[in-house]
Design a protein around this ligand. Sequence first.
Ligand code: BG6
Length: 489
Amino acid sequence: GRESTVSITVVGASGDLAKKKIFPALFALYYEGFLPKHFTIFGYARSKMTDVELREMVSRTLNCRIDQRENCDAKMEEFLKRCFYHSGQYDSEAHFVELDKKLKQHEGSRISNRLYYLSIPPNIFLDVVKCTSLAASSENGWTRVIVEKPFGRDAESSAALTRGLKQYLHEDQIFRIDHYLGKELVENLSVLRFSNLVFEPLWSRQYIRNVQIIFSEDFGTEGRGGYFDSYGIIRDIMQNHLLQIVALFAMETPTSLEAEDIRNEKVKVLRSMKTLEIDDVVIGQYKSHTRGGVAYPGYTDDKTVPNDSLTPTFAAAALFINNARWDGVPFLMKAGKALHTKRAEIRVQFRHVPGNLYKKCFGTDLDRATNELVIRVQPDEAIYLKINNKIPGLGMRLDRSNLNLHYAARYSKEIPCAYERLLLDAIEGERRLFIRSDELDAAWALFTPLLKELEEKRIAPELYPYGSRGPVGAHYLAAKYNVRWGDLG
Ligand code: BG6
């Protein structure tokens, strides 16, 4: 048959996301031979730039994980030759008509497939989608559009955005990214659970005491205060990244690994979750702190943040799933900026062994003796299982030891960045890791009443020092459900 070509247009080409993630990911895909034979990359933005200037800009961003590899310079040269720039307004159909002409020149007589990555603020998504649909969509192949959060601020605004997008696009043309779904260990969750007999049957209230999804960063919102202040940590991390992990973790077995089967199960479990209430959460905000002679700024010290801002930079929440598998099992989520460490992990605490023969070896703290499975999403990817073990010797003393799968030690190949996986899937039309609109609606439905209440009642966050472990309130919240956070050792 006829050959086809893929044109990838990064709209908002000079923005941070494009420079830090999208171009480097595209290059990594090219380097590894994953891009189709015929492809062209266009940067689109308002600023005036020549193709050569765009290439210079892109080449400065390609200091990615690839840059020490064999033949990297030559590959980079080849890649850059396939990158072009078009300057235009985001709401000008005429400017997209010009883009269309340029794309057509590259496509020639091949089948044209077009992927638009909207690396721009969501308030201009619709302008661009309108222009691309009317003036620059493929006439004989597919047209797909990648968008990334924020998808609105609540259920209503998100639904309005979806309605807007669907005026111009079919649901199957919209690729909503949650980049956590592109992370290796998140993708692996299903493999771990569904292909291991030692895990699959244990995946329920019968054996699991609680599940913890923990995200922490050791830096604040410096430089992004403007964006962050109108969203806050619940919308920035919890309603999407952490909730997606919970959905994947807790869903029923899908009929197959097809995208629709998986997404159907995710929507189902999201809809079985209890809507969050104010008593289910604790919020915090970091304040300035001096450590080792260095003064770390508080959240409101940022000039782009109002002095009296109550926006949470930390949140802990207890989520419950009302179904037969998970009834009564707390799913605790915790997300925070400016904490003591940078880490994302999933912790599964198992129940006690009934009638444990070794009970007396554990002293009074039996909870310490239960198995815990830890999936460290980042950094230093690992999966380990805490088990009880006899300390070698003639006495009978037990300790907790780890069965440890440490990725760096086990696999020599570097782990691709999430955007590589997701861009490749979008090019290939694999929708498994993208968020369907009904999933998005279900996720917002869970959080919207809580977010409204926090804002209407002007609930003050508990202050915590920059670089600390976050507000004590998170421990009280966990204690209410007899849970101890597992990340404390
Ligand atoms: C983004 C959030 O979605 O994820 C940021 O907007 C956060 O606030 C980032 O820093 C974390 O992503 P990663 O991949 O660095 O863990």
